[in-house]
Design a protein around this ligand. Structure first.
Ligand code: I3S
Length: 170
């Protein structure tokens, strides 16, 4: 997400395409369902986009970085992660991403409150995939978040950790 003078880039403003699955919801184990989701970190919330309509065309994906986009799509294909449609961002600027969720292009499929949550690298028994983050919320939801790209997932790990630490006492 490039920064803009109006909305300076902070650790709490980040977006991109990630592979995600819930493993626990409200304290109950749920079956994994890896999907490729447009993900926005805004303030203490993490939003995952849901596409409009039923199409699953690759052409709906946009990213700030073409190599990142190609790697994401290749990884989705290799790992049989279901593609997600209707993500039509060319750029992700702080403040713009969440506003776009409100339009009819895309809306959050679900939102996670990071306050009081924890983030750690997932152990091997949680997933056979590499570069997997395990995110636990205070509400009892556990998510696995993954990217094939080392630097991408490391940046998300850092941003999520900073966000959780920043909002720890709220
Ligand atoms: O932790 P698991 O159950 O071994 O996770 C794998 C399964 O959910 C599998 O689906 P089915 O049980 O419906 O075949 C998925 O396709 C895999 O991706 C899951 O494992 P990974 O290690 O990729 O998270």
């Amino acid at each position: 997400c490039p920064s803009s003078p109006k909305h300076p880039l902070t650790p709490s403003e980040k977006c991109g395409v990630l592979n995600v699955t819930k493993i626990t919801e409200n304290g109950k184990k749920v079956r994994k369902n890896w999907t490729s989701s447009w993900t926005v970190l805004q303030g203490s919330s993490l939003l995952f986009a849901k596409g409009q309509g039923g199409s699953t065309s690759w052409s709906y994906y946009r990213s700030d970085s073409i190599p990142e986009l190609l790697l994401t799509l290749l990884s989705s294909w290799k790992h049989s992660v279901k593609p997600r449609p209707a993500v039509s961002y060319v750029n992700c600027r702080p403040g713009q991403a969440a506003a776009k969720f409100g339009s009819n292009q895309s809306k959050p499929e679900f939102t996670v409150d990071l306050r009081g949550g924890t983030v750690e690298w997932a152990s091997k028994d949680k997933s056979s995939k590499k570069h997997v983050i395990e995110l636990k919320t205070r509400q009892g939801t556990e998510l696995l978040i993954q990217s094939e790209i080392d630097s991408v997932i490391s940046d998300w790990y850092r941003a999520l950790t900073e966000t959780i630490n920043t909002h720890a006492w709220e």
